[in-house]
Design a protein. Structure first.
Length: 141
């Protein structure tokens, strides 16, 4: 099985940007942790600060019938277009929405997600372990 791990805007700044909220791990550290947990499974990583590039990767996952683990960053609260693309994945292999911080304990605008209603699950506040938990879900199902 191939699993696509998507990271949205500003996640390339992990380890530098607000470490008191997002932790000190870099995106490379997160990818290393996921790859170690994946064993023999193929993991495709992609990060972009551009909505259209993320949507193109979601289309690829839909065409290939890959499950998706996505940390949509700020697009969580703003992107109907990303939600519409993920709806096709939701009807197929499915996706899990991951957030490093507990978005429900933060600003009110961060507590609404356009993606959550169609996700298989949402994991928030567990740091990079959230990605590993999402991976575990797909490996078990």
């Amino acid at each position: 099985m191939t699993i696509l791990v998507l990271n949205g805007p500003n996640l390339n700044r992990l380890g530098k940007r607000q470490p008191e909220i997002y932790g000190s791990e870099t995106l490379q550290d997160v990818e290393t942790r996921i790859r170690a947990a994946a064993g023999e499974e193929e993991i495709v990583f992609f990060q972009s600060n551009h909505e259209g590039e993320l949507i193109e990767q979601v289309h690829r996952a839909a065409d290939e019938r890959w499950p998706v683990i996505i940390n949509p960053g700020g697009f969580t609260h703003t992107s109907v277009a990303l939600r519409d693309a993920l709806a096709e994945v939701a009807d197929g292999a499915g996706f899990v929405e991951v957030h490093l911080s507990n978005v429900h304990a933060r600003e009110a605008f961060r507590q609404h997600s356009y993606l959550s209603p169609i996700a298989r699950g949402v994991i928030a506040g567990l740091g990079s372990y959230g990605y590993v938990a999402a991976l575990g879900y797909f490996l078990a199902h």
